[in-house]
Ligand binder design. Sequence first.
Ligand code: 3HC
Length: 694
Amino acid sequence: MVAVSTMADLTVEDGVAILTINNPPVNALSGGVRAGLTEGVAMATADDSVSSIVLICDGRTFIAGADITEFGGKPTGPSLQDALTAMENCTKPIVAAIHGTALGGGLETALVCHYRVADSKARFGLPEVNLGLLPGAGGTQRLPRVVGVEKALQMVTSGVPIGSTEALASGLISEIVDDLRGGAIAFAKKVVAEGRPLVRIRDQNEKIEEAKGKPELFAAIRKSIARKTRGFKAPEFNIRCVEAAVNSATFDEGLKTEGKLFMELMTGEQSAAQRYFFFAERQATKIPDVPKDTAEIDIKKVGVIGAGTMGGGISMNILNVGVPVTIVETKQEALDRGLGVIRKNYENTAKKGRISQQDVEDRMALLTGTLNIEDLADCDLVIEAVFENMDVKKDIFGKLDKIVKQGSILASNTSALDLNEIATATTRPESVIGLHFFSPANVMKLLEIVRGDHSSKEVIKTSMSFAKKIGKAAALVGVCPGFVGNRILAQRQYQAQQLILEGALPHEVDKVLFDFGMPMGPYQMSDLAGLDLGWDADKSNGETIRDRLCEAGRRGQKTGAGYYDYDENRIPTPSADVEKIIMEFSEKSQKIRRDIDDEEILARCIFPMINEGAKILDEGIAIRSSDVDVVWVYGYGWPIYRGGPMHYADSIGLDKVVAKMREFGEITGDPVWEPAPLLVRLAEEGKGFKDFAA
Ligand code: 3HC
């Protein structure tokens, strides 16, 4: 065995050179790997005893892409393009032996090999779009030449990988082998023995020709992804590259288009934000004082208290991964309704073809309903999901303390209440933690894990791992009213109210935030959630706009009217009645209404969120600013191409945020515009939130 570079070695076995890449954890295409590919192929070519080459990777996966940490830095070693050109032009057949995930630049590397074989569990994809990019090493030109234009378009715009069976059927790989190394060597020998050609995908034009003169292919994909990709640049750029593969006179011309569009994305703000977020999400899983090797509790059975919307959604997450759930209600009718909704949700998913009818039955078989809380005794994790009332929650935790076996986790789904106070109802506060799911809990990706003063490391570690298991992105937060997400949201909601008193209308505020990239604005969100959420009809005395709307029966979408009027398809239109009420309130609060432009609406809504984020960091409620961004992207739909509120602030410059806060303070006279000390300090030091370390 010869070391070819720091990250690759070469052995020759019976005429087959085996080039092995070793760059843990995911064999990313760092400088050492690129050097290994270039040198390894050169060495094998020069060796007369070698008649074929197998490219294989050590560790858990084939090359999973370019090394994202190198992006934006000074390149070292050979370029990826040079390495791939050398491979494609190699005079001896190269066979890629693929396991794990061949992603991005990894798949592009495999695509310049003359043949590909894989094990049955391998996955193949071009996920660059998720980083605000496109495959920049020929992927958009080669993939359609292998799998066809339609499938390539799906793969590059969704970023979703395909499995080995699909890869085999579409011609992406030649064989599925059981023993990867042995199978790949045997395949390489077969290529030589049978005198098979050196297949260069760049020369294969048949599938490209099929798509020529069919613009409808591109129109169809654009239409199908329009809603989901609103505001994103990369999906459209990926499509343009595949269009170039089809319409360019030569392969190299298409490659040139790919290179140009790749650079435009790579140097743009969206990809910077999306790459930042890739690491933010992974960083959030790391808790400084909870080491990786902390013991975990084995979660074999979960109890959920409350079969309402939240309890049902939470249960579905857990059933989906094959863990049994016992759900507790106080009344048979509520229990039956809750179980019925879960079944209906699964049936609907099955109707859409996302799961099979057998999956529905398997999941329902894991679900038990009961009216007896004592049935939770042997659960390893119990999640309370009843309405937000401290007395009720304390009563439940007092009971759980007596019923549930020692060592289990007692979790509350509270979205704002004091977890430490809830924990006082037990004799084991170390077992108590907050698991704040976001509605709809079976869909939203965020899980705010609320660490109480006494939550044990074991309980925290288990909760973080369990979040990953059920497919959630977790962020660990401390105890304060509203935790991270809702505490920041409250600032935006307050400003949205001020704006309509000062001169804007709900639909104007909503439009600005929607255009910014949020899924909806604050008023659409209120109408969707229901204006009467937390509203008390007995205590309502018309003091706020919301009181007046609720009193008038305008309680949101469900009543056909809220801040907007809704037609039978729930399409909103601004309401003259609501406008009248707003005018009355403006007058009552002695505001002189004025025109408020979009720029002011945006800044007024966003900057107080950033300011609150600064306070949250300073108080240690979030570990790092990127955790705040994870909460806002996955919990509230903040556009990922803007990174999150804290990244957005960094990209504007904190000095500008402070200056604007002070300016609004002067205009409005409202003390909420006082910039947070941390924000001011970082701005004065010319730093960003990214530089903050608690
Ligand atoms: N570059 C640098 N580091 C990477 C990386 C990459 N491409 N992919 C993963 N890592 C790092 C992660 O940051 C993480 O580091 P940490 O342990 O310090 O937090 C570690 O590898 C393990 O990653 P995960 O925690 O994500 O491990 P999983 O097993 O859950 O997932 C994976 C593995 C499916 C490979 C996942 O990491 C992934 O999707 N990676 C990104 C793949 C990708 O986007 N490739 C395209 C890159 S862009 C490109 O290739 C451009 C080209 O066209 C020119």
